[in-house]
Structure formats: C-alpha cells, structure tokens
Design a binder for this molecule. Structure first.
Ligand SMILES: Cc1cc2nc3c(=O)[nH]c(=O)nc-3n(C[C@H](O)[C@H](O)[C@H](O)COP(=O)(O)OP(=O)(O)OC[C@H]3O[C@@H](n4cnc5c(N)ncnc54)[C@H](O)[C@@H]3O)c2cc1C
Length: 430
C-alpha cells in the first residue's frame, strides 16, 4: 500500500515516526524543513503536553477531542517520548503543570522524531506544496465517489498516486511555518465543510487611546469578557487569570490568548463584547483603599496607586476616576484641585474601586493570524469518524492535528492533540 502524508508538522512527523508497516510512506511538505512550527513551540522549549487533563481544559469540540485523548493520553505520549530518547520534565507555573523535554529544547523533539522517521524508511519530499487532490480514474473526488481508494496528489512540480492519504496540514497561523490554509480550499472542493478559520490563542487589537502609553506594561489580573446579545442582555461571561501584557494597540499574555478562544467567534459574528480587567481582586478593596489613604495621606493624589499597580496603569486609573468625578457635577468639590491623598473623598475612592476592578479595554477587535498560536475552526468534525479519523465522505482519507476543528488552551494541549490524532490515524492505517 502506498500512503501519502501531506504536511510534516508536529502531527505529520509524529505519524511518520510511528508507521511501522511494510507499506511505502511518503511525507510531503511545502517547506525545505519539517516541523518549523514545532521548533517555535514553548518559546523554543516545546511545551509538548500538560499535567491537568481534567475536562481537557475546555478544548473546543471537547467530546470529539476527549474520545481521541482517551485512546492516547499524556502518559502514553510521555512513554513514547522516552522511547525515542526524550526525557520529559514537569514545570509548575501559577498552579499549572507544563511538560517540556528535559533538554529544554524543541530541537531535541524535532530530531528525535526526524531520526525515527528516517529509520522507518519514510520518503520525505521537501519544498512540495500540494495544490490539488483528486481520486483515481482522473475523476475528481468532489464527484463524491465514496468508493474512491486512490488519490492523486499534485504539487507545483510533481504528481503522486496514493492508496490512502492523511491531511496533516495544520491551520493558518504563523504562515511562514508553512501552514497557510491553502489545503482548506482543496478540501472544500472535495465537499469537506471547513468551519470558518479564525485566529486563536492570540491577543486583541484595541483602539483605546488611554492605553497607548502602556506599551511594555505587564500586570497580573483577572480578565473578564462579557458577550451581549442583540438586546444588550448578557449572553455569556468568561474569566481567565494571569499576566496581561500591554502593547501600543494590543493586549496580550496567556489569559488574553486563552480568552481569544472563547470570544473570537462572537467578535467575528458581530456581537458586542466587553473586555475588562480586575487589577486587584479582593472583596474588601474599598476598606483597603480607605486604609491606604490614611497611611499615604502625605502623598500626591496622582501617586496614590503607585506600588500597588504599575505606574503607567495607575496613572490611567487615576485619570479615568478624575474624569468621572469631574463630569459628575454633584461631585465637583475639588478632587482635581486638591492633589493630596488625604483630600481624596470617599466618593473618589468608590469610583476608584470601580476602575481598578472593572478596568475596561475599549474597542477590541480580533488579533491577527500572524501572531496567533492556533487556528479556531477547520475541517468540520461531523464529517470525520471519531474512532478512526477517516473522512466520512472519502474512504482512505484521514485527518490529524490542527487542520481539524479542535483547539485547546495554552499549556501543551494543542501539541497533545496533534500527537493523539496522529497516533489514532497510525492505528487506522495498520
Ligand atoms: C509560536 C507558537 C508557539 C506554540 N507553542 C505551543 C506550545 O508550547 N505547546 C502547544 O501545545 N502548542 C503550541 N503551539 C501550537 C502548536 O504548534 C500547533 O497546534 C501544532 O504545531 C499543530 O500541528 P500540526 O501538525 O497540525 O500543524 P503544523 O505544525 O502547523 O504543520 C503543518 C505542516 O503542513 C505543511 N503544509 C501546509 N499546507 C501544505 C500544503 N499545501 N502542501 C504541503 N505541505 C503543507 C506545513 O508546511 C507544515 O509543516 C504553538 C504555536 C505557535 C505558532
């Protein structure tokens, strides 16, 4: 049997490293090098799986992903890694466990897989972008020939015939790693529905003038996103916590990236989405500020929050509070002209509580694919058999990795999905 794997990223490499059949296996990739994205993962350290898979941490299309994960879980993956020479290590950060290779290098994982692929005798074809897929008899598979078992795969320069093919072409983020989404169009021609791809695990662009000066500021916060329906009623609310990073027109950091997976579809659908930060999450914050006023009575009002929050952010909060007090005529009793902390009124402190715990990031929009770590959307899982990952439309066509409409949060979940799907397909091919 002649098997073609299209795409030599994390999942295509994993699959090619596992196939032990006597079949002829060809791995085709658009790049001069396999695994370009894999090499970037975890800031070059490759965070390849996670400690906590309870509820799979809200992986999109969770039931589908859970069924796959159950068949090949973290421990099976770690055993495989050990068998190819990679010793895993677990690192903890803010209560979450992240697995990396002990070498701290994604290159180790890359070479461990590549050596195994070569040992398996897989024929690797580099610099070969697939531009078309057809079934045998020169008949387009889009004619819905369910019995088609041969595939003709065309690259810009060559033509290959396979009995079975695996689509492992990833999503469309970080295009320079090769995953440019070009295969979606081919799959749509083959009548495979592709759920609209959107950038995921990405920050948000914003158009909030107050925040322009915050470039480089990092702060621990609770991030709250509220989605409103057409009647301005709250439809959904999502919460993430962690370090938020500000750029000139952009907010990022892990909680924002994780949040993007929940809310980007709503933003794209035109829902009103409000993004807020709770910058000091304690119930008695008002009492705390009263005490702080007592302690810091001698300071300038402008500096009241310095030491509690980064200076630039503290300035924005004081400014927003002052503006509100100034606009509220009933409160115009000198907050702006009395610049000492001891003169800050209880009304001012109440207003300050609001701006600290409900700090709005105005006019957000989708981040872009060039910065996104994953793609939301992809091949509709309803047309894919969850037990084999074979297409329900075409016999002998399989899918692995991010090309499928599944995605997970930051922390090793996406690579685990890429590997679990690859293993499942390797079983289907044997
Ligand atoms: C900067 C960054 C950091 C990340 N860090 C982590 C992390 O630490 N942990 C984690 O779990 N996940 C991480 N991810 C996500 C993870 O890398 C991906 O989910 C994973 O690589 C997906 O694997 P894949 O094989 O499905 O796709 P990819 O790795 O994208 O591979 C797809 C391959 O298909 C090839 N291809 C595409 N189209 C064609 C075509 N038409 N013809 C031929 N070949 C084609 C491409 O060249 C590419 O080699 C990160 C992503 C990025 C961008």
């Amino acid at each position: 049997m002649n098997i073609g794997i299209i795409g030599g990223g994390a999942s295509g490499m994993m699959l090619a490293s596992l196939i032990k059949t006597k079949d002829k296996v060809t791995l085709i990739d658009a790049n001069a090098k396999l695994g370009k994205k894999l090499l970037l993962t975890g800031n070059g350290k490759c965070n390849f799986t996670a400690d906590d898979f309870t509820d799979l941490h809200n992986i999109y299309n969770n039931d589908f992903a859970r069924a796959i994960y159950k068949k090949y879980d973290r421990d099976s993956f770690l055993s495989f890694m050990k068998s190819i020479g990679i010793e895993p290590k677990l690192e903890w950060h803010k209560g979450r466990g992240y697995y990396y290779p002990n070498s701290n290098k994604s290159t180790s994982v890359y070479y461990a897989l590549l050596d195994k692929i070569k040992a398996n005798g897989v024929n690797i074809v580099y610099n070969a972008k697939v531009i078309n897929i057809e079934s045998d008899n020169n008949k387009k598979t889009s004619d819905n020939d369910k019995n088609a078992t041969n595939y003709i795969v065309e690259t810009e320069t060559d033509r290959y015939v396979f009995d079975k093919i695996v689509i492992a072409t990833g999503g469309m983020s970080y295009k320079n790693t090769g995953s440019d989404g070009s295969v979606y169009k081919i799959l749509e021609m083959l009548k495979h529905r592709v759920v609209k791809p959107l950038p995921g695990l990405v920050g948000f662009a914003h158009n909030d003038h107050d925040l322009k000066g915050l470039k480089g500021v990092r702060v621990d916060a609770k991030v709250i996103a509220t989605i409103y329906d057409k009647d301005s009623k709250i439809l959904k609310e999502y919460i993430e916590t962690g370090e938020v990073q500000f750029n000139e027109n952009y907010v990022s950091g892990i909680p924002m990236m994780d949040m993007s997976r929940y809310i980007n579809r709503y933003i794209d659908d035109g829902y009103k989405v409000e993004l807020r930060l709770n910058l000091y999450d304690r119930e008695d914050i008002y009492d705390y500020l009263v005490k702080r006023r007592e302690n810091l009575y001698y300071k300038k009002a402008q500096d009241f929050l310095c030491g509690l929050l980064p200076d630039e952010l503290a300035n924005v909060i004081i400014k927003r509070t002052q503006n509100e007090m100034h606009n509220d005529t009933s409160n115009r009793r000198g907050e702006l002209c009395e610049p000492e902390v001891e003169n800050l009124t209880n009304g001012f402190l109440k207003s300050l509580v609001k701006y600290i715990t409900n700090f709005k990031i105005g006019n957000i929009s989708l981040g872009n694919f060039d910065n996104a770590q994953v793609t939301l959307g992809g091949v509709d899982i309803n047309a894919v058999n969850v037990d084999t990952l074979e297409s329900k439309i075409y016999k002998g066509m399989y899918f692995t990795g991010e090309v499928l409409d599944i995605d997970g949060r930051c922390g090793g979940y996406n690579l685990q999905l890429a590997y679990s799907t690859a293993v499942l397909v390797s079983h289907s091919l044997m």
